[in-house]
Design a protein around this ligand. Structure first.
Ligand SMILES: [Fe+2]
Length: 284
């Protein structure tokens, strides 16, 4: 399956949600401002295929657009996704009419164990890249929709490839798109301030979706580390980076505000602001 941005729908500005928590209440937000909420991105595991399609059938029929964000597909040498996992994911993608699936490149499952709901970022090595290319292709073939490789957050970077090289190679060789996470990119810039080629090498033309979230600087022995914190305010640095990057994205279709546990009114204000800051199409 080759990559083509043509045919992918324009979703605009949306939010992330997890059905396991009460906030944000996407149905209430959609009722309050039906014009504002372009889509809802759901972080879910493959086992949800037994109940999720039924649970969200009315929302899908009523026109709510969903993006399915799996949370257990290791794209590096962690446990490979099983056939059962990929079949479950396919059922969810089909039922929710998800136009693509994004996943952070890293280890989600190791020796049969989920890493506590989180994941480890991939090492930027040729060996990891080989595995990531193979797995991204397999996931894409199994789901029948475009796979978006998301840049993970880094406290420190392991491996000698540059982030831009890794993601350009991964996307081009797997025929995949990219999800560019702004906070994760900030964390990489902090961890590797000497990577001057970053903006020359990232596959901007493959970026279909962008993530923006709150974040915080965490002091460590080797200096400050930037980390996503979805309940926190969006730092000025992240907003500035988003503004700088936006005009470089000729094919971007969606901007997701990751906002679990934020109050609904704050989410609406943020979506309004993002719509002004990031008009679609982003670049001509
Ligand atoms: Fe993200």
């Amino acid at each position: 399956m080759g990559f083509s941005a043509r045919g992918l729908p324009l979703l605009g500005v949306g939010i992330s949600s997890s059905l396991g928590i009460a906030r944000p209440d996407f149905r209430a937000l959609r009722r309050a401002r039906p014009d504002l909420l372009g889509f809802v991105e759901l972080a879910i595991g493959w086992r949800a295929h037994t109940y999720l399609p039924e649970q969200l059938r009315d929302d899908v029929e009523a026109g709510t657009r969903f993006v399915v964000h799996p949370t257990e597909l290791s794209l590096d040498p962690g446990d490979p996704p099983t056939r059962e996992m990929l079949a479950g994911l396919r059922s969810i993608v089909d039922a929710l009419r998800s136009p693509w699936t994004p996943e952070d490149v890293g280890t989600w499952v190791w020796r049969g164990e989920h890493l506590g709901g989180g994941f480890l970022p991939t090492a930027l090595t040729e060996a990891s890249l080989e595995v990531a290319v193979r797995r991204a292709s397999e996931i894409q073939d199994a789901t029948g929709v475009c796979f978006l490789a998301e840049n993970p957050p880094f406290a420190e970077v392991i491996g000698d490839l540059r982030l831009g090289t890794f993601f350009r190679q991964l996307c081009e060789r797997a025929g995949a798109g990219m999800l560019l996470d702004i906070g994760h990119l900030l964390s990489y810039q902090l961890a590797r301030p000497d990577d001057r080629a970053l903006f020359d090498e990232l596959p901007w033309e493959r970026v279909i979706e962008v993530h923006l979230a709150g974040g915080a600087w965490i002091p460590t022995e080797s200096g400050a580390v930037f980390w996503d914190e979805h309940a926190a305010e969006v730092p000025l640095e992240a907003r500035a980076l988003l503004e700088e990057i936006w005009p470089r994205l000729p094919n971007v279709r969606a901007l997701c505000f990751e906002c679990e546990m934020r109050p609904d009114f704050a989410i609406l204000d943020e979506l309004d602001a993002l719509r002004v800051l990031c008009p679609f199409p982003a670049a001509s």
